[in-house]
Design a protein around this ligand. Structure first.
Ligand code: ADP
Ligand code: ASP
Ligand code: MG
Length: 405
């Protein structure tokens, strides 16, 4: 008897019919003789709707109350699935993050799971029940509810699979697996049979929303393979795992995928005095506010002053002004600007490490197609460019084509 964790995303439980569809799939896995732990997202756009409700009251609701509010979405879906399974004659119980023993740190809205106390989960499984756990949430040592960041149910699924020593972890979504690019942007994109943790981590960090980056990080750390597949059909999905088939290496796949991220804010601080310690002060303040900074460019300037540009995720948008105003004054910089009319387009592939010229080919493709590159960053397995948002999805299509994906 295998223990399987099955996570279903919001679109897979968007209405009662889809919840019944999930119930049938879970029932099939149980009937085949397995123990099943199900992790659910909130129904459809529930999380967005809850956020919109709070924003009708104030643009900056408190993070604690937002976690309290957002965590209710998953409580609805798990209870409904338990009712669906029970009405089909299966034993099932739904549990909140707290009841499932999911312990987090104390960061609101993007907490990390610290541990899972599996006593209750194991007891429920031993009594023959399907255990259905709310994704996206846990509690800290004081019992406060914390959510895990958007898309966080993926991480709940992976963490539960690890905590319970499950045989495998399936992530069910509205696409058949991981594609060479978002199939909504590039209709010709094709499904990958498998992808390494490292490549998937880059892809998802660079905007491929099919898996929350943190879920891949956790899966890689504990070497828990993930199968990404559709909840709407029985097609084989994509295996995300440590080693990929040697055949891929033989084919010299330089680039495995192209990613698009339209949720980027570009910050420029102008006229920053050129003295040691400036970067530490500026980025220290952002780190203290738990803002992840991505690309950083310092451009030389005259009169002993520089301009410093960097990018961060859209979720930082509401806080940036508040953080930057005092820092800019303290640094005696001239002023700063925020721009959200930019997007990040990236190519990802482990084959790049040993193949110089991949970045050059990307820049040539962008130039040939009339795109102006604003910022560039590279790592061993990715190259990212910041472009004007308008038309940036065309750049994804052009790159997908140019690298023969
Ligand atoms: P869920 O609600 O199941 O968690 P998400 O919307 O979070 O689903 O993730 C699935 C979506 O991820 C797909 O509908 C697709 O548009 C998007 N996506 C982005 N990049 C990729 C990619 N490379 N492969 C597959 N899907 C991708
Ligand atoms: N419901 C949460 C969100 O929309 C978590 C998830 O779906 O993974 O971000
Ligand atoms: Mg998701």
């Amino acid at each position: 008897m295998a223990l399987i964790v099955q996570k279903f995303g919001g679109s897979s439980v968007a209405d009662i019919e889809r919840i019944q569809n999930v119930a049938r799939r879970v029932a099939r896995t149980v009937a085949a003789g397995n123990q099943v732990v199900v992790v659910l997202s909130a129904m459809g756009d529930t999380t967005d709707d809850l956020i919109a409700l709070a924003r009708q009251l104030t643009p900056y609701p408190s993070e604690r109350e937002m976690d309290m509010l957002m965590s209710t979405g998953e409580q609805q879906s798990v209870a409904l699935l338990a009712i669906a399974l029970q009405s089909m004659g299966y034993k099932a119980v739904s549990l909140t993050g707290e009841q499932a023993g999911i312990r987090t740190d104390r960061v609101y809205s993007r907490a990390k799971i610290l541990s899972i106390d599996s006593v209750r989960l194991e007891r429920e499984l031993a009594s023959g029940k399907v255990v259905i756990v709310t994704g996206f949430q846990g509690v800290d040592s004081l019992g406060e509810i914390h959510t895990l960041g958007r898309g966080g149910s993926d991480t709940s699924g992976v963490a539960l699979a690890i905590g319970l020593n499950a045989d495998f972890c399936e992530i069910y979504t509205d696409v058949d697996g991981v594609y060479t690019a978002d199939p909504r942007i590039v209709p010709q994109a094709h499904k990958l049979a498998e992808i390494s943790f490292d490549e998937m981590l880059e892809m998802s960090s660079l905007g491929a929303g099919v898996l929350q980056p943190r879920s891949v990080e956790v899966a890689k750390t504990f070497n828990m393979p993930i199968c990404v597949r559709s909840s709407f059909n029985d097609n084989e999905g994509t295996m995300v795992k440590e080693e990929v088939d040697m055949k891929q290496l033989e084919r010299e796949v330089l680039v495995s995928g192209v990613a698009y991220d339209g949720d980027v804010v570009k910050v420029t601080v102008y006229g920053v005095p050129d003295r040691p310690g400036i970067a530490s002060e500026l980025f220290g303040a952002l780190a203290d506010a738990k803002i992840n900074v991505d690309m950083i460019i310092q451009s030389g300037h005259k009169d002993g002053k520089n301009d410093i540009s960097f990018t961060c995720g859209k979720e930082a948008d509401g806080k940036l002004e508040e953080i930057l105003e005092p820092v800019v004054e303290q640094l005696a910089a001239e002023h700063f600007s925020l721009a959200d009319d930019v997007a990040k387009v990236s190519i990802v592939g482990a084959g790049m490490i040993t193949n110089p010229g991949v970045a050059a080919k990307m820049f040539k493709c962008l130039y040939d197609n009339g795109f102006n590159i604003d910022m560039i960053s590279t790592s061993e397995i990715k190259v990212s460019c910041i472009l004007q948002k308008e038309g940036a999805k065309d750049a994804v299509r052009a790159l997908h084509d140019s690298f023969g994906l």
